[in-house]
Design a protein around this ligand. Sequence first.
Ligand SMILES: *Cc1c(COP(=O)(O)O)cnc(C)c1O
Length: 410
Amino acid sequence: MTTPAPDSPDLPPAPPAGVSPRTLAVSAGRPARVPGGSLNPPLVLTSTFVSQGAPAPGEHLYGRIGTPAWEPFEDALAALERTDHATTARRVDGPPATVFASGMAAIDAVVALVPLGGRVVVPRHAYQVTLVLLREQAERGLLRVDAVDVADTDAVVAAVRGQGEPAAMLWLESPTNPMLEVADVPALVAAAHDVGAIVVVDNTFATPLTQRPLALGADVVVHSVTKYLAGHSDVVLGATVTDDDDLHARIVAHRTTHGAIAGPFEVWLALRGLRTLALRVERAQANAGELARRLATHADVVEVRYPGLPQDPGHARAAAQMDGFGAIIGLQPVGGPAGADALVDAVSLWVPATSLGGVESTLERRRRFSTESPTVPEDLVRLSVGIEDVEDLWRDLDAALGAAGRTTRT
Ligand SMILES: *Cc1c(COP(=O)(O)O)cnc(C)c1O
């Protein structure tokens, strides 16, 4: 199998120019329209492709190097994230996305872009395993790490500039996991590009429907596809997206050499999940906004973090650079860590679980993990709000907060 030439009738039809990202999520990455052909990309299970002689560009050879099992999802995600919403057929208008075995595999491939000994500036409340990976590589002398308060723009800019020794990479996560701090992405991109640093944004929390970092100037976007993009808590998968041909080629080469490749069925499920991304994100965000407003005045709640609340420190920035506020809420109930554990024990509809971004609502006290940053409050409960009926979610949460409050007050 080879990739069809740009004018080939075998190319899938591009969605019409100018359609909404909500439409792209449904219509990008479809197979060519052939009478009697499959509407959805088929599940391709093969390690090996028939080939002979010098491979043509894009020719499929072997499942670790490239496979049609990845391409429809990669095309659809690229169409959603890339600056021009490029909707023409694959590999014509620029690089597609690159799918990986997990979000961490994608993150590892992007960190590998840092030259030996280079400095990485990262939010101190970035995803905990991203921080573990960077710290491990720093201990081995591969790179250096500066962790910063990503909401403090002056501090981040100073760290990026360094003392005459600028950073090689600015890693951003916005909003951060789990503290929900919001970075001033355009200002930080400008400062990083001034010193020639690569800017990466982990866009897992926002999704491309709510925030498009490449359009804000970032060089590379990474996703834990496990979360909202796949959306049903049934696959672990990651991806990168970039507009830059050189960075794309280096990321793909890392995938081929290090081998953290995605399984065909996982990618097939992720594309199936992506089709309903807009509906899921819209409902989850609406639910989260309503719950955050109610929690903000709840007698058994000490603090609520949600960028959609007007009083939240990240609200103005989020409103300026996002098309919504996401569906993750940080909650500190009365009673400290014991109150937080009692809350997680007392829910019945909400599921006590890690991870996030699925259709079902989940919650956990983050500091139950010894690897979580010590500056995350011990009593912080992270809520991943799903798409259930908001009144059912509220009744369960309100009752659990009341029960937890009574236990810890007595
Ligand atoms: C879960 C998560 C990751 C890691 O992704 P995996 O798919 O679990 O490997 C990275 N970043 C963020 C923000 C996450 O929430």
